[in-house]
Ligand binder design. Structure first.
Ligand SMILES: Nc1ncnc2c1ncn2[C@@H]1O[C@H](COP(=O)(O)OP(=O)(O)O)[C@@H](O)[C@H]1O
Ligand SMILES: [Mg+2]
Length: 224
């Protein structure tokens, strides 16, 4: 599902402060696989997830996602690709605080030009999976951290992407909500999603729902 070969990322390329964040990454993730990308802060996890999500471009190398060569897609194509294939759960949730839960979740669908009826149905379905239906009319600023994350999970699922990328999903959660997130991984699996979780949280060690742990250190994969 995700094929990465000889991928490099240099920030501020050609400038005095050029910084190589990813060195010769080679990685193959199968359809429906759940993978933990483990590494300390600064190791390059967010950079790698952002490249897979087409939010940023690699400096060199190959990236094929669901059969599409995406490393060099122009920005408009990249955003179409992202809307069709990728659900992203950000560490800081990246929700619109003044909007309701329901409206936040609907956002990825509004850009597709789908009918309001279909949008409503899909939003209801995603809220059900993420256990946030009871807060649908609340504005996000009134939610707890755990509820915000469930809203972010519903938004990541609503357009039915094949791939879900999670960046430090438990970094802003207490233990109880972190354990709930781990339960959600089982649902992603049941839905057949390909899942990549960037984290340094030991809670993800040895989980039954995780198929593989990939270790990244200083921008290099040291174990996969
Ligand atoms: N936009 C940027 N410009 C320059 N350097 C960056 C940028 N984003 C990240 N970096 C650097 O790249 C390295 C990897 O960062 P990141 O991918 O965010 O790591 P992680 O998510 O594992 O903490 C860090 O040293 C960070 O300072
Ligand atoms: Mg990060």
């Amino acid at each position: 599902m995700i094929h990465i070969e000889h991928l490099n990322k240099v920030y501020n390329e050609n400038a005095a402060n050029a910084y190589t964040a990813l060195h010769d990454i080679n990685l193959h993730i199968r359809p429906a696989e759940t993978v933990v990308l483990k590494g300390v802060s600064g190791s390059g996890k967010s950079t790698l997830l952002s490249i897979i999500a087409t939010l940023i471009k690699p400096s060199s190398g190959e990236l094929v996602v669901d059969g599409e060569q995406i490393a060099k897609l122009p920005d408009t194509h990249a955003s179409h690709f992202r809307n069709a294939h990728i659900g992203f759960i950000f560490q800081a949730f990246n929700l619109f605080d003044e909007l309701s839960v329901k409206d936040n979740i609907a956002l990825p669908l509004i850009v597709t030009g789908m009918s309001q009826k279909s949008i409503d149905e899909k939003v209801q379905q995603a809220m059900k999976i993420a256990h946030i239906s009871h807060k649908q009319d609340q504005s996000v600023q009134n939610l707890s951290g755990g509820e915000k994350q469930r809203c972010a999970i519903a938004r990541a699922l609503v357009h039915e992407p094949k791939i879900i990328l999670c960046d430090e999903p438990t970094a802003n959660l207490d233990r109880e909500n972190s354990l709930k997130f781990i339960e959600t991984l089982k649902q992603f699996k049941a839905l057949g999603k390909t899942v990549v979780i960037a984290t340094h949280d030991p809670l993800f060690d040895g989980l039954e729902s995780v198929d593989r742990t990939i270790v990244i250190e200083n921008g290099k994969i040291t174990s996969s």
